[in-house]
Design a protein around this ligand. Structure first.
Ligand code: DCP
Ligand code: CA
Ligand code: CA
Length: 356
């Protein structure tokens, strides 16, 4: 039996603000762009449930939120703080998981199949995780529990806020039946409209669709949708693997003692390395040069710098390391350039794109 959970923090950014400012607890609070007395541009990133009572929602123009509740508390975004809290939350969740997959700042899937024997135990286990997060971090969350990711996510949505939602195999059909199609993973406004045009309004109706029909309209995604509607999702909780370093090596055709050759190789390698660094949205803190001599002995030299994603930084540090450390009388066979000590650079996050 598989037991999958989705842990999602409640009203996350505002909850983070509450952690460091007890005065706002219980009062309608919005995190987002400055409303400037209703003239502000930009959107609401999130708001607490008190603010939601007035109709305020994530993604809504901040000016509209202001019209709905001008005397709510409006706070600016502080990603650094939310990310710090997020890290702490994730490490608490991870401790209880066999497999762990973070899906956003405030949300993670875990596989706990080998921690419990049935869904009664799973509910108790979820309660323990919830209590851990409450007592160690001080924040509320909601946990969805089921036998696959799709239903764990949906169970979580239904149990918000501050809840635990369990959907067992025997409950799945009834749970799904009345849901709207856009409650299914991957169904947005457009797909929902297309499904409606085909006569499917609820998940229950979609479950009875002819899979071939779905295939014709949506391709492989159609089959997936039909599976989802029937509570079928075999995807695994994927452990996020973390990139620790990025490196490239170059072996000279003929061993060399020419500084010009070595620096030239360093520059080319640095250019390749920086491509991967940027693709991942990283900045690095450590630069390492590896030198292998013709007798196969190897020397590694590293230097810590201020966070950077500048190719010239790699070139300069490596050139310096080479000049300071290389044994000039020996011939070099191979050169390696490596960067490590990453942080994700800002401006690479989808939520910031969303904020623009
Ligand atoms: N967020 C964002 N951009 C979005 C949606 C959300 O930057 N389009 C941010 C603000 C949220 C956080 O991510 O606090 C988590 O998003 P959720 O969708 O999980 O929403 P909340 O945690 O705010 O509320 P809920 O209690 O409904 O989960
Ligand atoms: Ca959340
Ligand atoms: Ca979330």
């Amino acid at each position: 039996m598989r037991v999958i959970m989705l842990v999602d923090m409640d009203y996350f950014f505002v909850a983070c603000e509450e952690l460091r400012n007890k005065d706002i607890i219980g009062k309608p609070t919005v995190v987002g762009f400055d409303p400037k007395e209703g003239k502000g541009r930009g959107v609401v990133m999130t708001c607490n449930y008190e603010a939601r009572k007035f109709g305020i929602r994530s993604g809504m123009p901040i000016s509209m939120a202001y019209r709905l509740k001008p005397d709510a508390i409006y706070l600016p975004l502080d990603y650094d703080w939310y990310e710090k809290v997020s890290k702490d939350v994730m490490s608490v969740i991870k401790e209880r998981a066999t497999k762990f997959e973070q899906v956003s700042v405030d949300e993670a899937f875990i596989d706990v199949s080998d921690k419990v024997t049935d869904f009664d135990e799973a509910r108790i286990y979820a309660r323990r995780i919830k209590d851990d997060i409450r007592s160690r971090i001080g924040l509320p969350c909601t946990i969805g529990v089921s036998y696959n990711k799709l239903l764990a996510k949906m169970a979580c949505e239904s149990a918000k806020p501050n809840g635990i939602g369990v959907v067992t195999e025997s409950e799945a059909k009834a749970f799904l039946e009345g849901k709207s199609t856009d409650d299914l993973y991957g169904v947005g406004r457009k797909t929902k409209e297309r499904l409606e045009a085909m006569g499917y309004r609820t998940v229950g109706e979609l479950a009875k669709a002819n899979p071939m029909d779905m295939m014709e309209h949506f391709g492989a995604f159609g089959i997936e949708l039909h599976d989802y509607a029937n509570g079928i999702d075999s995807s695994e909780v994927n452990e996020n693997y973390e990139i620790k370093s990025i490196s490239r090596e170059y072996t000279f055709e003929r061993d060399t003692s020419s500084e010009k050759d070595v620096i030239g190789a360093i520059d080319r390698l640095a250019n390749e390395v920086i491509g991967d660094v940027k693709k991942n949205g990283f900045a690095f803190k450590v630069v390492t040069l590896k030198i292998r001599y013709s007798d196969f002995s190897e020397h590694l030299r590293s230097r810590s710098i201020r966070y950077s994603n500048d190719v010239r930084e790699i070139m300069n540090v490596c050139a310096q390391l080479y000049r300071d450390n290389a044994e000039k009388e020996r011939k070099v066979r191979k050169i390696g350039v490596r960067v490590s000590g990453f942080i994700k650079r800002k401006g690479q996050k989808s939520m910031e794109d969303f904020a623009k």
